[in-house]
Design a protein around this ligand. Structure first.
Ligand code: ADP
Length: 432
C-alpha cells in the first residue's frame, strides 16, 4: 500500500469518515469529526513521544511502527550510521595526521589568534622543551627570546629567526611563523649542523688566508727590493714589476678574505658598547685619501651634517665609506660627478654616494654584494678590485642594523646608500 505517509493520510481520512458517520448517527456531525481529529492528533502525539524516546536511546533497530513514523526512524537510523562512519573516518585521518606530525623531525606548534599554544608535536617537546601543561599558554612566555617576541608581533613574509634551543644551548634553531586563517603555525628547524659546516668553511678560509699571508709578504718584500735595485738591468726590473702587480693583488685578496672571515665570526658590536663616532671628522680625513685616488678625474661634492654622530665601530664605518666612495671613483668614466652625503632624515642617519657614471644593468644589482661577484672581471682587476668590497660593506652594515640600498639606471648613474636606525644616532652639541 503506497508510501507510509499515504498510509497516515488514509488513517486520517478513515477516522474522519468514521467520526462524521458516528456523529451523524448521534445527531452531531461536527462533534463526531472533532472527536475523530482529536483521536488522530492524540495518536500522532503518542507516536512522536515514542520516536523521541527511541531516538534518545542507543537502539540500532528501526522503530517498530507502521506508517510515517517507522519510515522516519529508518531514515534517521540511516543518517546516524552515515554520520558514525564519517566520524570514524575523520578520527582515523586525525590519528594518522597526529602520528605523522609526531614523526616529523622538525618542531611544529599550532597557535591560536592570541598566540596561545593549541597543539604541538613530539619534536617540539624535545627541542623547544614544551610539555602538556604549556597548552593554552602564550608562546612567548615559554620561548623566552626577545627576538622571538619581535617576530610574533611583526611577522613579515618569509622572515625567520635563529635562537638557541631552550633545552640545549649547543643547538641552534631557525624559527618561522606560517600564517593561515586566524591561526599561526610555528615551525622550527635544527640548524646546528649548518652552523657547524659554515664555521668549518669560515675556519678553512681564515686558516688558508693566514697561511698565505706570511709567505706572500716575504715574496712581496723581496720583489719590492729587487724592483728598486738599480744594479739590475731594465729588462729584469720590468719583469719584476710585472710580478709585483699580481702579488700585490693576491695580498689584497688575502687581506679582504681575512676581514670577511673576522666579520663573519665576530659577534656584532653591542649598541651600548659602541663609541660615538664623529662621522664628519672620519669622512673629512677619508676624503683626503679619496682625492688622492681620484687625482682630479672626477668632480667630488661632499655634503656632511657635522653634528651627526653614530654609535658604531669606527674602523668598520671607515671601511664602508671608503669602499663605496672608491668604487664610485674606480668604476665611472672620467668627468663623472660624484656626490657624497651624510645627513639626518626622520631621526635616522643616512650615508649616500651618488654618481653620474654609466650605471649598472638591473640584472646585476641583486648580486653585487655576493662574494667575488664582478660585472666586468677584467676591468675590476685592472682597478685593483677583489670582488669582495661590497660583500664586506654588506656584512659591516648588517652588524650595525643597516643594509645597503643600490639603485642604478644605465646611462644615468648609480646611488649606493645606507640608513642607520635612530637608536644609533647621536647629535653632538660641540661645534668642533
Ligand atoms: P671590487 O672589490 O672588485 O671593487 P665590489 O664588491 O666593491 O668589488 O663591487 C662589485 C662590482 O660592482 C664591481 O666589480 C663593479 O663592477 C660594480 N660597481 C660597484 N660600484 C659601482 C659604481 N659606483 N658604478 C658602477 N659599477 C660599480
Amino acid at each position: 500500500m503506497g508510501s507510509p505517509w499515504a498510509q497516515e493520510a488514509l488513517r486520517l481520512v478513515v477516522l474522519l469518515v468514521l467520526g462524521v458517520f458516528l456523529g451523524g448517527l448521534a445527531g452531531n456531525v461536527l462533534l463526531g469529526s472533532l472527536i475523530a481529529a482529536l483521536v488522530f492528533s492524540g495518536y500522532q502525539l503518542l507516536q512522536m513521544h515514542r520516536f523521541a524516546k527511541w531516538s534518545a536511546s542507543k537502539k540500532k533497530v528501526v522503530l517498530n511502527q507502521k506508517g510515517g513514523w517507522g519510515e522516519l526512524s529508518y531514515e534517521y537510523l540511516k543518517l546516524q550510521k552515515k554520520s558514525r562512519a564519517r566520524k570514524k573516518k575523520l578520527g582515523k585521518i586525525l590519528k594518522r595526521f597526529r602520528e605523522s606530525t609526531h614523526a616529523l623531525p622538525d618542531p611544529a606548534v599550532l597557535l591560536n589568534s592570541r598566540d596561545e599554544i593549541e597543539w604541538f608535536n613530539k619534536a617540539a617537546e624535545l627541542m623547544l622543551g614544551l610539555n602538556y601543561k604549556d597548552r593554552g599558554q602564550i608562546v612567548s612566555n615559554i620561548i623566552r627570546a626577545p627576538k622571538f617576541a619581535g617576530l610574533l608581533q611583526n611577522n613579515k613574509g618569509n622572515a625567520s629567526l635563529e635562537i638557541r634551543s631552550p633545552v640545549d644551548d649547543a643547538k641552534s634553531l631557525e624559527l618561522r611563523l606560517v600564517e593561515f586563517k586566524n591561526q599561526r603555525l610555528l615551525v622550527a628547524r635544527d640548524t646546528t649542523h649548518i652552523h657547524h659546516l659554515m664555521n668549518m668553511r669560515q675556519q678553512f678560509v681564515a686558516n688558508v688566508s693566514h697561511e698565505l699571508r706570511t709567505p706572500l709578504t716575504v715574496v712581496l718584500g723581496y720583489l719590492e727590493i729587487l724592483s728598486d735595485d738599480e744594479s739590475l738591468g731594465k729588462e729584469y726590473r720590468e719583469r719584476i714589476d710585472k710580478m709585483l702587480k699580481p702579488a700585490t693583488r693576491m695580498k689584497t685578496i688575502v687581506g679582504d678574505l681575512l676581514t670577511l672571515s673576522t666579520l663573519d665570526t665576530a659577534e656584532p658590536p653591542l649598541l651600548d658598547k659602541c663609541p660615538e663616532v664623529k662621522v664628519s671628522g672620519l669622512l673629512n680625513s677619508l676624503m683626503i685619501d679619496m682625492e688622492l685616488l681620484n687625482s682630479g678625474r672626477h668632480a667630488i661634492k661632499v655634503d656632511i651634517q657635522s653634528n651627526l654622530m653614530l654609535r658604531a665601530v669606527d674602523s668598520e664605518l671607515y671601511s664602508v665609506f671608503s669602499n663605496l666612495i672608491s668604487n664610485a671613483i674606480k668604476y665611472t668614466p672620467d668627468g663623472t660627478q660624484i656626490s657624497v652625503r651624510w645627513y639626518e632624515a626622520n631621526g635616522k642617519a643616512i650615508f649616500e654616494v651618488h654618481d653620474t657614471g654609466q650605471g649598472i644593468e638591473q640584472e646585476h644589482l641583486p648580486r653585487l654584494t655576493e662574494r667575488f661577484y664582478r660585472i666586468d672581471v677584467g676591468r675590476s682587476r685592472d682597478k685593483g678590485g677583489t670582488g669582495l668590497g661590497l660583500a664586506i660593506v654588506k656584512q659591516i652594515l648588517r652588524r650595525h642594523d643597516s643594509e645597503l640600498e643600490i639603485s642604478s639606471e644605465v646611462g644615468q648613474g648609480s646611488c649606493f646608500s645606507c640608513e642607520f636606525p635612530s637608536p644609533r644616532v647621536v647629535f653632538s652639541t660641540s661645534s668642533d
